[in-house]
Design a binder for this molecule. Sequence first.
Ligand code: PLP
Length: 455
Amino acid sequence: MASSLSSPAASAVAAARSKVFGGGKKDGRTGCRVGIARKNFGRVVMALAVDTSRFEGVPMAPPDPILGVSEAFRADTNDLKLNLGVGAYRTEELQPSVLNVVKKAENLMLEKGENKEYLPIEGLAAFNKATADLLLGADNPVIKQGQVATLQSLSGTGSLRLAAAFIQRYFPDAKVLISSPTWGNHKNIFNDARVPWSEYRYYDPKTVGLDFEGMVADIQAAPDGSFVLLHGCAHNPTGIDPTPEQWEKLADVIQEKNHMPFFDVAYQGFASGSLDEDAFSVRLFVERGLEVFVAQSYSKNLGLYSERVGAINVICSAPEVADRVKSQLKRLARPMYSNPPIHGARIVANVVGDPTMFGEWKQEMEQMAGRIKNVRQKLYDSLSAKDQSGKDWSFILSQIGMFSYTGLNRNQSDNMTDKWHIYMTKDGRISLAGLNLAKCEYLADAIIDSFHNVN
Ligand SMILES: Cc1ncc(COP(=O)(O)O)c(C=O)c1O
């Protein structure tokens, strides 16, 4: 199991630093070490800077493992190419689209001619109310009693990052437990916030399912009071979620160990098509009276990817605690980005606040979730019909949400790209949102070939 202390990236950076900063001459004015060549023009000796960029110590960063896939896809000129890398919804024509209800809300906003004044640090009040209501249910006692500290933040990523900064500041001895595997950015977020993390078992390659016993054992073995990062629904990258009974058991263990549950909710409503069903796990922990962190994103369920709209919610034991927590989250946000953007927050607040538009959103969300379920089914049917080996592909149907973990290893995933022009992350994850019915058979051929003919 990996942990932040043994990060190979950290040692690579340290090596690069010592290589670069170890040599050269120190510049008296700037204190920087620079390479200097002396050139003699008669009696005038001039110091010419050679390789004197102040950025000598900045090594080239590797491409992002997810966003880098799209770059490689764009460079491929083959007609058969298919981008199953990035988790962004596409229509059946494989085109990105804006939800009709979003266009409608935007038109209304234009008509009203709203201004672009700064928001307060905590964001748009109407958005904060709407987002906590959607997450917990408007009648939830914790909302009515003022126990929820909600801050609009920069989508899911920014909300996670803000929470990580909070953990680093107020729980400096705690570590965060994250699932193995998890969404690629989680480790970056906690590394950058200098929060130590380690992994708990999650995925079982033998069953292409959940290693529930391993998960429970690792959460039990962690130091008391750890933060346990959980995917609220539609686990990324595996698409494998605990059952309701397993969630109950997890809540037992987390409660016994005095751990802090920290939910990442990036797919509410997008996974099953129902906002309430997808919030089951979070509400279960809240009902037990636990204090809970929840990061939310509207990238997928409302298609607001580039608007960067989301929130961090901290459900606290009392209103007075929530006030203190919120004041500190604001204090952390102020020097990071000052205040969040207004446009996406207004869209969410207007859609949720208007019964007609709210209904339209739910319908569109169901359609998106439905399209993904259709291609999931067709992919399973194609694999089962074409693969003569008797392999059981039913794990594809047990998975939920935008992604499917195919069980393909790195070499096999490379074969998918090199031979079949199918772009995906190297961990065997495919985004079904980038697939349509017409391409399912082609994808099945590629998976069967990669699975059986590549080690
Ligand atoms: C598990 C998980 N968390 C958080 C995010 C954050 O997304 P965003 O920052 O676009 O809201 C994603 C996006 O793919 C995700 O899959």
